[in-house]
Design a binder for this molecule. Structure first.
Ligand code: ZN
Length: 98
C-alpha cells in the first residue's frame, strides 16, 4: 500500500482591493481617491479625494508614481497634523464641473 501524502495547498483568498477608504474626518468608509492628469505635467498628477458622507473634497498634487494607498497615507498625515481643513479650504474654489 503506497502511502501518498498529498500536500494541500491552501491559497489565500485574494483580498479584493477596497475602492473606498476610511475618512479621517468623519470615520465613514466612503472616502474615494481618483487621479487626474495635469496638463503639461508629466511628473505629477492630481489626486482627488472625496468623502461621500461628510463631503470632504481635497485635491493634492502628487508624484506620478503615487498609488491610492500613498495618497491615502498623505491624507491621514494631514489629518494628524491638523492641516486637513486648511487644505480643503485652499482648494475649494466653487464647483468645478467637467
Ligand atoms: Zn468623511
Amino acid at each position: 500500500m503506497a502511502r501518498r501524502k498529498r500536500r494541500k495547498i491552501i491559497k489565500p483568498k485574494p483580498l479584493s482591493m477596497p475602492k473606498v477608504y476610511q475618512c479621517p474626518r468623519c470615520g465613514a468608509e466612503t472616502l474615494s481617491i481618483q487621479f487626474k492628469k495635469i496638463k503639461g505635467e508629466s511628473f505629477h498628477k492630481l489626486a482627488i479625494v472625496k468623502c461621500g458622507t461628510c463631503k470632504l473634497y481635497l485635491e493634492l498634487t502628487v508624484p506620478q508614481v503615487f498609488t491610492e494607498i500613498d495618497v491615502y497615507g498623505k491624507v491621514i498625515d494631514l489629518a494628524n497634523e491638523g492641516r486637513l481643513e486648511e487644505m480643503i479650504g485652499e482648494h475649494t474654489l466653487g464647483s468645478e464641473e467637467e
